[in-house]
Design a protein around this ligand. Structure first.
Ligand code: HEC
Length: 379
């Protein structure tokens, strides 16, 4: 005989050992719809109840894979199919560059769907009531008792048999628990008209005030002072100039501040003749030249300018600067190489100021003398 409103039969036990035994017995008796409630997690309960692993890790796995696949697909589609752009010379489908996004989407979708599944599938949200809520049973098992319940819809449910089993296991109380009214007549409250109206009004208020703030209020003085400035914005059309462009090209021959054009482009012979080193080989200038040489030249030419850097063999070998040729060059000729570059050697005019280039040359001269000193060099 089962009552329509009967939810379960509950047994209350006093010690953790009793509840473990009870769970083992109920499990071995073949009940499938039962649950155990204890004030704290009890070791061995999972195996006593023969609990199956949770569904959530599988949800996380599947949704994570879907997230990774859709992120990769989307990036492939946008970057290789719909709007292919060459970025930094990389292939359209540049997998390493896509890894961070793929990773983030995987984690994001897996974690969100795990929580959503837990709430809506496992906890059956928006139903947030449960027949055990607010019962004397739950009050006891959340303080110092251990309880087990066998649900009335278990196929093996038999009231008298359960009473007897619980008693034989040493239960201190055995009693039935009935459904509350609200559980029987459960209607999700989120579908109540009042709540729907609340959402609609909230939506109108938030979007309306955002719209008014950003599109109307911000354009009223004094807020618009920041927005409306008398200046040409990049790419903006200008009515002022005839060609409609807001930006002006510099007048031909304009020289940027602090920048002197190099007048010997492609004229090494003239540079060799006309350029004189304006710096004296003072301690300061040599120190400056050494610092800059070590930073910008030594990676290829080596610390002693013998062409023996660590790049040797991986690069067209940089020549030694101790050759007859370079030693016989004027300072202006070397200046030309540093400024313009020479074949595979790039220009260093943007890394080194004019003064620094001359200082580097003083240092190169010092290095040359160190290998090919003459008697006349001695004081
Ligand atoms: C990226 C490597 C690299 C760097 C850095 C570099 N060079 Fe060179 N340099 C070379 C190579 C290679 C050559 C030979 C170019 C050629 O084939 O004509 C060369 C040639 C030269 C020459 C002419 C030598 C000759 O025999 O024709 C001079 C002088 C020179 N470099 C000075 C410098 C100075 C000074 C610096 C530092 C500001 C510097 N280089 C930085 C690679 C480099």
């Amino acid at each position: 005989m089962t009552d329509k409103n009967l939810y379960c039969y509950a047994g209350i036990f006093d010690t953790p050992d009793q509840i473990i035994n009870a769970a083992k017995k109920v499990q071995s008796d073949g009940y499938t719809k039962y649950d155990v409630n204890t004030p704290y997690p009890i070791h061995g309960m999972d195996s006593a109840m023969d609990l199956k692993p949770s569904l959530l890790p599988y949800v996380a796995l599947v949704v994570g894979f879907l997230g990774a696949a859709s992120a990769l697909f989307f990036m492939w589609w946008t970057n290789s199919v719909d709007y292919p752009l060459i970025i930094g010379g990389k292939p359209f489908f540049a997998l390493p560059a896509y890894i961070p996004i793929t990773f983030e989407i995987t984690v994001l979708s897996a974690s969100i769907m795990t929580v959503v599944t837990m709430l809506f599938v496992i906890f059956k949200f928006p139903n947030n009531s449960h027949p055990l809520h607010d019962t004397d049973y739950l009050k006891q098992v959340s303080v110092n008792k251990y309880g087990i319940v066998i649900l009335a819809d278990d196929p093996k449910f038999d009231e008298s048999n359960i009473k007897q089993v619980f008693a034989s296991l040493g239960a201190s109380q055995v009693f039935p628990i009935f459904y509350h009214e609200e559980v029987i007549n459960f209607k999700p409250r989120i579908f109540e008209p009042k709540f729907i109206w609340f959402l609609i009004i909230l939506f109108v208020l938030v979007s309306g005030s955002t719209y008014i703030t950003l599109n109307k209020l911000m354009f009223l003085p004094p807020y618009n002072w920041m927005m409306k400035q008398n200046k040409v914005i990049v790419q903006e059309k200008s009515e002022f100039f005839k060609n409609g462009k807001g930006m002006r090209m510099p007048v031909e021959g304009t020289v940027a501040r602090g920048f002197l054009p190099y007048e010997f482009v492609n004229k090494p012979e003239l540079a060799a003749k006309d350029l004189l080193n304006p710096l004296l080989p003072t301690k300061y200038n040599l120190e400056l030249g050494k610092t800059k040489y070590n930073i910008y030249c030594s990676p290829c030419h080596g610390y002693h300018a013998e062409g023996d850097s660590r790049l040797r063999g991986q690069f067209p070998n940089p020549p030694s600067l101790h050759s007859e040729k370079v030693r016989s060059w004027s300072d202006g000729r070397i200046f030309h190489v540093i400024t313009e570059g020479q074949n595979v050697m790039p220009s260093y005019s943007s890394q080194l100021s004019r003064e620094e280039r001359w200082a580097v040359i003083l240092y190169v001269r010092a290095l040359q003398r160190s290998l090919n000193a003459k008697e006349s060099d001695l004081p």
